[in-house]
Design a protein around this ligand. Structure first.
Ligand SMILES: Nc1nc2c(ncn2[C@@H]2O[C@H](COP(=O)(O)OP(=O)(O)OP(=O)(O)O)[C@@H](O)[C@H]2O)c(=O)[nH]1
Ligand SMILES: [Mg+2]
Length: 239
């Protein structure tokens, strides 16, 4: 397990507790913390489970770089990562692992396959309908632009064979990296499957991504630009 954190003090301990209960055989939990100022790293370390390794990054912050760092130090054959805001239920991790055990190279927690759901209708404090709609529309657009076999291009909840990840690598920024990873995995013929899950709105702590409407639109346009450049690279045989 790789858990990237930036100021998740209110979420990290319940997340790790729920993970250990859901996956009792978990081999290691690598928390990659980007100099949180709220004590997230100390809280994770204080749990005192020898399977928990806390990596404290002091410079060059970023979600993708943190995940890449976690993947470098992790020793398992299968790597799993997820957001640490409790929006992705740890209880769904065994279903992702089961798909990899059945032969998938990449098993993705998906909001957009039957049985999965986006944030608008899951109780708690729902995200504004307009952002839920934009996220769904963006993913339909990415699917049409990139590859119709896949739906949740901005998931970020995944189990992947370490070997596949090492050969693919991680590129890009928060959000971008997932689109890039899945597209290249599909192009290279890896077996990628989507497993439905129901996302829960963040209840504690603060979001690290744009929550304003213009911010969402800007990010959406950035993803579309990335999709077009990936298609262009593929057309020119650069994969
Ligand atoms: N290590 C590290 N983790 C990060 C960084 N930015 C975000 N994260 C973590 O990445 C995960 C996703 O961040 P969120 O703030 O939930 O982003 P989001 O899911 O787009 O936003 P919400 O809609 O609020 O859920 C969380 O576990 C964050 O703590 C970063 O720069 N470094
Ligand atoms: Mg989140």
């Amino acid at each position: 397990m790789i858990l990237p954190t930036l100021n998740e003090a209110e979420n990290i301990v319940p997340l790790i507790d729920r993970l250990r209960a859901a996956v009792p055989g978990v081999h290691e939990i690598v928390v990659v913390d980007d100099a949180s100022t709220d004590g997230t790293a100390d809280l994770a370390a204080a749990i005192g489970d020898p399977r928990i390794r806390v990596e404290r990054r002091a410079s060059d912050p970023g979600l993708t770089k943190s995940l890449a760092h976690g993947a470098r130090v992790a020793t398992g054959d299968v790597l799993v990562w997820m957001d640490c805001d409790l929006s992705m239920p740890p209880e769904d991790v065994p279903r992702l692992l089961a798909e990899v055990a059945r032969g998938a190279d990449v098993a993705v927690g998906s909001r957009f396959v039957p049985g999965g759901r986006g944030k608008g209708d899951t109780g708690g404090t729902p995200d504004p309908q307009v952002t839920v709609f934009l996220s769904a529309a963006l993913n339909v657009g990415l699917r049409l632009l990139l590859d119709r076999r896949f739906r949740d291009w901005t998931s970020g909840f995944v189990a992947i064979r370490a070997e596949a990840l090492r050969s693919l690598g991680l590129r890009g920024d928060h959000g971008d990296y997932f689109i890039d990873l899945i597209y290249r995995a599909l192009r290279r013929g890896h077996r990628v499957v989507e497993i439905p899950y129901v996302i829960v709105p963040r209840r504690r702590g603060t979001s690290k991504t744009a929550s304003s409407l213009p911010g969402y639109v800007r990010r959406g346009l950035q993803y579309v630009r990335l999709a077009l450049s990936l298609r262009w690279a593929a057309l020119r045989g650069r994969f």
